[in-house]
Design a protein around this ligand. Structure first.
Ligand SMILES: NC(=O)c1ccc[n+]([C@@H]2O[C@H](COP(=O)([O-])OP(=O)(O)OC[C@H]3O[C@@H](n4cnc5c(N)ncnc54)[C@H](OP(=O)(O)O)[C@@H]3O)[C@@H](O)[C@H]2O)c1
Length: 246
């Protein structure tokens, strides 16, 4: 029996590339995002490229919190069970503080933090019932240090990482693994408008690394591991004046 994974934010970027990567490895896929047309097209492309055992798609806005719980159960039923849930959907709006961007900040917290928490809560309910499972969440290196013009984004990603750490402790000895990923810059529509993207990697490379980290069931890791494992530690101690220029 193949492993099965639900990926939120599967219509683009990291989620989409990971869907191709895992289809190639023989996973059954449940793919969710708001854009049903993109998911339909993606399903056809994945089947044509890799013909995985199953591909289920479902339109889902992770801020429709009640629907997140329905979606996890419906997709699990459709695939005959889920082994992994990847809470990956996210936005980066480049919000500035005190400049009329409060709505962007609110939306960022709603999608990246509350929507992600809803996804993990739904996954935990499903896995507790099943007696095993693996929860994976996308944080960011922006969680290591509050970044200018991304204050709500940094807060959402730091909040989600700490939430997942708490979930891991709460589910200790429940046969449910929890993996927190901290990507650096991976080339996707989320950041391709930025002038400066240090240590950028392609989305295919990012997806291949993420697939390996998921299969190893690591507790947490930067993506790529190096140099962000070192740069991440440095980010915590850099003077504010240096951070303010980033
Ligand atoms: N790329 C990077 O360098 C990087 C670095 C650190 C962290 N991350 C994180 O990685 C995750 C994926 O980002 P990406 O770079 O792949 O960006 P992306 O290409 O913009 O993809 C974002 C995905 O999230 C989905 N999404 C957005 N709002 C949603 C909502 N309300 N409900 C459901 N799905 C929603 C989008 O689909 P629809 O529009 O179809 O809903 C899309 O599939 C995000 O959490 C991001 O913060 C990325």
């Amino acid at each position: 029996m193949s492993s099965s994974i639900l990926i939120t934010g599967a219509s683009s970027g990291i989620g989409k590339a990971l869907a191709f990567e895992l289809a190639q490895k023989g996973y059954s896929l449940a793919l969710a995002s708001r854009e049903a047309d993109l998911l339909n097209q993606l399903r056809d492309e994945i089947i044509a490229a890799h013909n995985p055992p199953a591909v289920a798609i479902r339109s889902l806005d992770v801020t429709d919190y009640d629907d997140v719980f329905k979606a996890v159960n419906e997709l699990a039923d459709e695939l005959g069970g889920l082994d992994i849930v990847f809470a990956n959907a996210g936005i980066g709006l480049g919000e500035r503080v005190g400049r009329g961007d409060f709505e962007k900040a609110r939306r960022t917290i709603e999608v990246n933090l509350i929507g992600a928490i809803a996804t993990v809560d739904a996954a935990a309910a499903y896995f507790l019932d099943k007696g095993k499972g693996h929860i994976v969440g996308t944080s960011s290196v922006a969680a290591f240090r509050g970044m200018p013009k991304s204050s709500a984004y940094s807060a959402s990603k730091a909040g989600f990482a700490i939430y997942l750490e708490a979930v891991r402790a709460e589910l200790y000895k429940k046969n449910i693994d929890v993996t927190v990923l901290y990507p650096g810059y991976i080339d996707t529509p989320l950041n391709n408008m930025l002038k400066n993207r240090p240590f950028l990697i392609s989305v295919e490379k990012g997806a291949a690394i993420i697939a390996r980290l998921i299969e190893k069931k690591v507790k947490s890791s930067t993506v790529p591991v190096y140099p962000w494992n070192i740069v991440g530690r440095l980010m915590k101690i850099l003077p504010t004046g240096v951070i303010s220029k980033m």
